[in-house]
Ligand binder design. Structure first.
Ligand SMILES: [Zn+2]
Length: 139
């Protein structure tokens, strides 16, 4: 049997957490690493590997809770901004193989972490071809 990931253990109560919200499908709690004050994680109670494999209804419930926590971060914690992000697969920085959404309040520019988007090699990417490939798969 595959060993349980840390978030399944939190859902099962084997590992304690600072719970923020819980219903039948969703659990939200403070990330123990606290990239910034109030850094939260929102997860489905049932295991799915990541955002790309979670069913729509569960994804919507998770995102609803993430939105509400982000609103609290601004309104109550005094955050100036919020990053809401989820990583899919190791290549994108996913460290726990259980779908989770980070809600990271931002109080000052550059605090905690930075998301830097550098312009890529657009001149050498065939934009019409890549657009056409993605578009046809979305039909
Ligand atoms: Zn899990």
């Amino acid at each position: 049997m595959k060993e349980m990931d840390v978030f399944c253990k939190i859902v099962n109560g084997e590992i304690p957490c600072y719970k923020l919200f819980e219903d039948n499908d969703v659990l939200a709690f403070l990330d123990i690493s606290q990239v910034t004050k109030g850094h939260a994680l929102v997860i489905p109670k049932v295991h799915y590997d990541n955002f790309l494999s979670v069913p729509h209804d569960i994804m919507h419930k998770v995102m609803d809770v993430a939105q509400r926590i982000g609103q609290v971060d601004i309104k109550i914690l005094g955050a100036k901004g919020v990053n809401i992000l989820t990583n899919c697969y190791e290549a994108a920085g996913q460290s726990v193989n259980h779908f989770h959404v980070h809600v990271i309040p931002r109080y000052a520019e550059g605090e905690g972490f930075a998301i830097e988007m550098k312009a890529g090699d657009a001149e050498n990417i065939n934009l019409p071809a890549i657009a056409s490939t993605i578009k046809s798969e979305l039909k």
